[in-house]
Unconditional design. Structure first.
Length: 264
């Protein structure tokens, strides 16, 4: 990890001087103090070119909208249309949010089991008209991805054998990171890969600091796997289980053993 010498925020790809986020300066510990904070903020703002300052303001508005959730206007008749609508609405924000941690990323559709798809689709339909959806990140060791794609993100102990691995300081639920806090999920992940999730806002999401905790498993789903663009494509090993065939087939059957799924 690299940490900014001024705001002390972690940045996987380094942190350019003069480009601290105001919220990072405010959260700095020990605090800068009101007078010093104002001086630094003014100096940084004046040092930025106009287009950079406008870009920061636009990003802050995007982050606020992502945390609040955006009304989902996509077609609810198929899961593919839901995933496409999500990418159209939040793709640029997701890539921007990942850039400090992973750099330039490649997004690959998560090969989700049909049961997982239908569970989230049903939750969206129940929340109509126009449910609110946010992007989020989930970090876990890559070995857990096949199980997640097959079963979905699960809350440990709720009808399953999973155990709590990383604690639940903010209540029982599935822990994800807000779109501007990819570093938080990255600390739980491995091999420069994160899951890009859609979170349904229906009275079951809390916001402790930079995290989103979802208390219903059906209200969060990993839609994409994000990986650094310079990594080799290896998502094929995560393929969802093939259906059982009555006749002998030459199709490869991928072995996807269950694993614990630490939340992050």
């Amino acid at each position: 990890w690299a940490f900014c010498g001024l705001c002390r925020a972690p940045h996987g790809g380094g942190h350019a001087p003069g480009y601290c986020q105001p919220r990072d300066l405010q959260k700095r510990r020990p605090a800068l103090g009101a007078v010093r904070l104002e001086e630094v903020s003014k100096a940084q703002e004046s040092a930025k070119p106009p287009d950079a300052a406008q870009s920061e303001r636009d990003w802050d508005r995007t982050v606020a909208a992502a945390r609040a959730g955006q009304r989902f206007d996509g077609d609810l008749r198929s899961f593919d249309s839901v995933r496409s609508a999500f990418l159209d609405a939040w793709g640029p924000a997701v890539r921007r949010g990942l850039s400090d941690t992973l750099g330039h990323v490649r997004l690959t559709q998560a090969p989700l089991a049909r049961e997982v798809q239908q569970r989230f689709l049903a939750a969206l339909k129940q929340a109509t008209p126009r449910p609110k959806v946010s992007p989020a990140f989930h970090g876990t060791p890559e070995a857990n991805h096949p199980s997640i794609f097959r079963r979905g993100l699960l809350i440990p102990g709720q009808g399953n054998e999973l155990r709590v691995v990383n604690g639940m300081a903010h209540g029982r639920g599935i822990y994800t990171a807000c779109v501007d806090a990819a570093w938080l999920s990255y600390s739980f992940s491995s091999r420069n890969r994160l899951l890009v999730c859609a979170v349904l806002h229906a009275g079951c999401v809390t916001f402790p600091y930079d995290a989103m905790v979802v208390s219903y498993a059906s209200h969060v789903i990993p839609l994409f796997e994000a990986a650094r663009a310079d990594l080799p494509r290896q998502l094929a090993v995560h393929a969802a289980p093939q259906p059982r065939l009555k006749k002998k087939s030459t199709l490869p059957i991928v072995n996807t053993a269950d694993d614990d799924e630490p939340s992050g």
